[in-house]
Ligand binder design. Structure first.
Ligand code: AMP
Length: 281
């Protein structure tokens, strides 16, 4: 079922709850791909009913970002969700989600400061606002997020803990193209040459991972490996290269605990992100 209003979602959820059914939830911005599919399929395998939201959320885009250009195709997305086993697709208009005079903000301080937050100052406030609203509307037992957006996942886990929202947040591994590029709706922006150049993200991370597997612990040297690889690709320009504690997201000088190695790279005008977690235990 495809619905556009909060009321319709609440009615359906209420009916399912009456039957004693569990509910899984997958938030997305649409233009769905195999990465989203892995989240939906996991939700289907762990819950009686699954809700997917498809919403290009205006509050998480900065003034010069790609809100208007972000690809949209709700018919295709709806078929995709149904095929993957979802029971309800919620596709609200921005007016359905936001009152013109809204004055509530949701910010997870600290965790939102570095990495993407440093480059996109309004982004995580928008994400937290919309995700908390969706969690209040859908009231799922479990909600599924991709490790592709590792900072987002850490922030949402903290938000849910701090606000005592009764939901289990489940992280799902990054799904990649065969050649290593992390799947993203934004990959559709890439020209043929840029698509080839975009491989520098996964390639540079692989090199860093190999060096770490071989015992390299100095994060400055690890970042240098990534930076040299990116600099060697003419169409690429690093936005950030960071190695942070995987829980606090604070930068570390030496790898002594589990760390998140995260990068954002402009390929032409398109900004892509990728990461991996290096675990010591
Ligand atoms: P988006 O539509 O880009 O906002 O993504 C919606 C959800 O899908 C987020 O939790 C993302 O982390 C997740 N996601 C996007 N791309 C991937 C991917 N390649 N692998 C796994 N999860 C992904």
């Amino acid at each position: 079922m495809l619905v556009n209003t909060i009321k319709e979602v609440r009615e359906q959820v209420k009916a399912w709850r009456k039957e004693g059914l569990s509910i899984g939830y997958v938030p997305t911005m649409g233009f769905l791909h195999e990465g989203h599919k892995s989240l939906i399929e996991k939700a289907v395998s762990e819950n009686d009913r699954v809700v997917v939201s498809v919403f290009v959320n205006p509050t998480q885009f900065g003034p010069n970002e790609d809100f208007e250009d972000y690809p949209r195709d709700i018919e295709k997305d709806y078929a995709f969700c149904t095929e993957a086993g979802a029971n309800l697709v919620f596709n609200p208009e921005p007016e359905e989600m936001y009152f013109p005079d809204k004055c509530t903000t949701v910010n997870v301080e600290g965790l939102s400061k570095g990495l993407c937050g440093a480059k996109r100052p309004v982004h995580f406030g928008g994400v937290c606002l919309v995700v908390s609203k969706f969690l209040n509307i859908v009231t799922p037992d479990r909600a599924y997020f991709g490790e592709k957006d590792a900072q987002q996942l850490a922030i949402i886990k903290r938000m849910v803990r701090d606000l005592s929202i009764d939901v289990e947040i489940i992280g799902c591994p990054i799904v990649r193209e065969n050649d290593g590029l992390a799947k993203s709706s934004r990959n559709t922006y890439l020209s043929e040459d840029e698509r080839k150049a975009a491989l520098v993200l996964s390639r540079s991370l692989k090199k860093a991972n190999e060096a770490m597997e071989n015992g390299l612990r100095c994060t400055k040297e690890i970042k240098n490996i990534i930076e040299s690889e990116i600099n060697a690709e003419p169409l690429a320009k690093a936005d950030y290269i960071e190695i942070v504690d995987s829980e606090t997201l604070q930068p570390v000088e030496s790898v002594e605990k589990n760390v998140l190695v995260a990068i954002a790279v402009f390929i032409g005008k398109t900004r892509l992100i990728d990461n991996f977690t290096f675990r010591l235990n």
